[in-house]
Design a protein around this ligand. Structure first.
Ligand SMILES: [Zn+2]
Length: 266
């Protein structure tokens, strides 16, 4: 267990939450602009009246509350998902900070979880996982994890990262080849990234936990939606959010789940 820190847990969680709120705000910008090929520079604008937002209007969550959820220029409703994404990112990064501590590993996994938030939002809105995010995440992930290994002088996690990548990515590639309609290529590509980050924490155990949770969450949700929709036909549910959720839960509590399972079965 890394992240043995002398700092009080409340402080650690607070720093994570603070960074998470700011990065959550940035996640809404990235998830809105990248799929449209827009640059990330420049202030945010109201999509309806094109009014540029002031610095105060960019403050996460609080600005939404102060503006009562409406654009000051045209009165258009600001979607509630914006503050919700900010709050969710704040909570997630607080948990990541508690899990790893305020250190480089926490930073790397915080960035990873942030990317998963962005991809989840885009997949829910547009049913796609853009290469413009997945490819850089793959490259940056390997660079960051290799750097982490070099700094800590521990190379074994890099081997298990490769193992995790092969298991998670390989499985999805296989499924996509056998059942082309069943799984999108975006899911296959991101599976290689997820396997890498889970494998770095421990393979094959944590990688299998992550995959299992993704299918479990996806299956339960799919079942519910089908029941709600009246049990007819296929409801097109993007799988990316479940891959992301299963992975994040595993990053945070996977070892605990694995220990509990192995303890119970022995
Ligand atoms: Zn407006």
């Amino acid at each position: 267990m890394t992240g043995a820190t002398a700092l009080p847990a409340g402080f650690v969680a607070g720093v994570g939450a603070f960074l998470g709120l700011i990065l959550g705000s940035f996640a809404t910008v990235v998830s809105h602009r990248v799929p449209q090929g827009m640059g990330l520079g420049g202030r945010s604008r109201c999509p309806r009246c094109d009014r540029q937002l002031s610095a105060a209007e960019n403050v996460p969550v609080l600005s939404y509350v102060a503006l009562r959820g409406r654009c000051r220029g045209c009165g258009t409703r600001i979607p509630a998902r914006y503050p919700l994404i900010e709050i969710a990112t704040g909570v997630l990064l607080a948990l990541v900070a508690l899990r790893f501590g305020l250190n480089l590993k926490g930073l790397v996994y915080g960035a990873f979880v942030w990317v998963l938030v962005v991809l989840t939002v885009i997949d829910l809105e547009r049913r796609l996982l853009p290469n413009r995010i997945v490819y850089p995440a793959f490259v940056a992930g390997w660079v960051a994890l290799a750097g982490l290994s070099a700094i800590h002088g521990r190379w074994h996690p890099l081997l298990t990262a490769a193992e995790g990548m092969a298991i998670f990515g390989g499985f999805f590639l296989l499924v996509a080849l056998i059942v082309p309609s069943g799984i999108g290529m975006g899911d296959v590509k991101i599976a290689f990234v997820l396997g890498t980050f889970l494998g770095y924490l421990g393979a094959p155990g944590l990688v299998l936990v992550g995959m299992f949770l993704a299918f479990l969450l996806g299956g339960i949700t799919g079942l519910f939606l089908r029941l709600l929709a009246g049990a007819t036909g296929k409801t097109a549910v993007p799988f990316g959010p479940f891959l992301a959720a299963g992975t994040v839960v595993t990053v945070l509590w996977g070892q605990f789940l694995l220990d509990a399972y192995l303890g119970a079965s022995s």
